[in-house]
Design a protein around this ligand. Sequence first.
Ligand code: GLN
Length: 542
Amino acid sequence: METKYLFVTGGVVSSLGKGIISSSLACLLKARGYRVTIQKFDPYINIDPGTLNPYEHGECYVTVDGHEADLDLGHYERFTDIRTTRANNITTGRIYQSVIDKERRGDYLGKTVQIVPHITDEIKRAVKALGNTGNFDFIITEIGGVVGDIESLPFLEAVRQLRWELGDNSLCIHLTYVPYIAAAKELKTKPTQHSVKRLQELGIQPDILVLRTERHISPEMRRKIALFCNVAPDAVVQSIDVDTIYRVPVKMHEQHLDEIVLHKTHTPIEGEPHMQPWLDFLHKMDNATDTVTIGIVGKYVELQDAYKSINEALLQAAIYADHKLKLKFIHSEKVNGGNVADMLGDLDGVVIAPGFGQRGIEGKFVALKYCREHDIPTFGICLGMQCMVIEFARDVLGLAEANSTEMNPTTPDNVIDLMEEQKSISNMGGTMRLGAYDCVLRDKSLAADAYGSQTISERHRHRFEFNNDYRDRFEQAGMACVGENPATRLVEVVEIPSLRWFVGTQYHPEYSSTVLHPHPLFRSFIKAAIDYRDERKKSEKQ
Ligand code: GLN
């Protein structure tokens, strides 16, 4: 079949969940056997979100091919199990960079380079590049931002042109907000009408409207919106707040969003999407009664999106273990010797979060010492793994000033050190060790048992590494380097085999955990946490 292009735009306000709607639609189309991918355009000048701090943009996600990407790509993968690449996330900065590079090369043959057509052509090229691979039946392109933003204009102009060129092989889904005014006890459609008008002024007629709302929108009100917006009444869908984002695909299917898309793009509709595994997951979620409590020790605890993929990976693992997940965020700057028992004492498991820089680092060491000495299941991720190594060096190897050269460039014991290939790098953007690398796990290690395999591949985002000069001393003292990169011998996984579950990974396993394939290491960690909780309960009773 010819590739179909679905554009998702947003109106009224941001944070309506275009990423979740796009992911849900992709999930449904995939469950119907179609080959789908989702792409996100971010209308900011940064080349990628790699240089953005989490306060600006939440978590930075990493694709297997080593691209630092918007966190929506995490949703795409979690909902669809389809790997994204650098072609799936493009910013204004990247578009301009490639146009300016072409201009410098002389590719424009003396022409004046302009937003239309040169920037818009570059955007269109980026949309079609995915279609031209021949790998996909549907390309869902999410336009970041809100209609009416200055930043979004070139993207919307490109969408207008593409709609015109592609005809029925494309459509536009517009996501808007229908607020409930408590004082008037009424839902209001006017913001939606205005936002559709804005879109129409730009030459784009939405084909489908998805209305975000906290309350049920009556069929009558939907008909009214349809009338005002030139949209067929059955193509006005509501997206009412739900307890979990993972219910959204089901809610969208109940209102036939997938069928409307197939119908409008003249794609045959055969039977129902195969959603059983997804429904099984929701069933487990709804029927879990026991709770497992996990603490995340990090410095961005006030930001709900800063550790997005870790939260989701933990949740998925808990659900597959038939448990509810209770997450407790622990501010690493606030942890000290005096309060650590209060802060961590009642947890079933502890995650030491990834991160950069000095802030909050000492609290991570205090938390790790407590976890290690009390044998609490502990999972260190990236910086969390590096902290495990440093804390062990200080407390067990007796190297009191051991550190990472990231935190103290003149430490006498640089147990974590800058990677050799990083030493000549001065630019910050896109220059870390990024993307998927192979790792070989030691036979019978906890990690190898969890994966059920000794050869794995996981995604990375770091500049510093375990210093192999210290490896023998760690091994002798009881911290085992059980995973290494076969080409470079870079240490990827450490464990303390004498403890019940104490594992650190230099890579980020959370990026590859999905609803239908929760990550084995997170599953193993959650299982250990549940066992630990049960053991404590038992001994309390005795
Ligand atoms: N700051 C550490 C490094 O660059 C860890 C990075 C991370 O946790 N993602 O190596």
